[in-house]
Design a protein around this ligand. Structure first.
Ligand code: CU
Length: 150
C-alpha cells in the first residue's frame, strides 16, 4: 500500500526491563527494531486525514501490543484487529460502538483510544477501520506475526 502523506510519528516501545523509543515514517515498518516483542510493547498508531500512520507492523509470537490510537481528525474512527470473521462482522455494521473488547476500540474526533491485543500464532492479522467508506479509502493494515525480520 502506498501512502501519500508523509507523517512522522513517534512510536514508543516499552519492553520489559527497559524502554526504547524510535521514530517511524508513515507506511514504513519501524527501522532498526523491525520485529517487536515478545512480551508487552506499546505502539502509537496515529490517524490523520483518514489514514493510519503505518500499515504494517511485525511482532514475534507471544507479543501483547498496547495500541495507543491517536485520532487527530475531526471525525470518528475505529481500530478493529482480528481474523476474517471479526472483520466481516464489523463490515456489516452490526456493531456501531466498541466497548473495551480486546483489539477493538472506537475513537472519537481528536481523542485517543486504547486497546490491547495479544499475537500468539504465526501469520498475518488485519487491522482496519470499518466506519462507512473508511476501509475502501485505505484504512487498513497488517500485523505480521513472525520470528524473523523480512
Ligand atoms: Cu476511519
Amino acid at each position: 500500500m502506498r501512502w501519500r502523506l508523509f507523517v512522522s510519528i513517534a512510536v514508543a516501545v516499552a519492553v520489559a526491563g527497559g524502554v526504547t523509543g524510535y521514530a517511524l515514517d508513515a507506511g514504513n515498518p519501524p527501522a532498526g527494531a523491525d520485529v517487536l516483542g515478545p512480551g508487552e510493547v506499546s505502539v502509537e498508531l496515529g490517524i490523520e486525514h483518514s489514514r493510519f500512520s503505518f500499515d504494517r507492523l511485525q511482532v514475534r509470537p507471544g507479543t501483547t501490543v498496547r495500541f495507543e490510537v491517536r485520532n487527530t481528525d475531526p471525525i470518528a474512527h475505529e481500530l478493529i484487529i482480528g481474523d476474517d470473521d471479526v472483520h466481516n462482522r464489523h463490515a456489516t455494521g452490526t456493531e456501531a460502538v466498541h466497548p473495551p473488547v480486546a483489539g477493538e476500540v472506537s475513537v472519537g474526533p481528536h481523542e485517543t483510544g486504547l486497546t490491547t491485543y495479544t499475537f500468539d500464532e504465526l501469520g498475518t492479522v488485519v487491522f482496519a477501520c470499518h466506519l462507512p467508506g473508511h476501509l475502501s479509502y485505505g484504512m487498513k493494515g497488517s500485523i505480521v506475526v513472525t520470528h524473523d525480520e523480512s
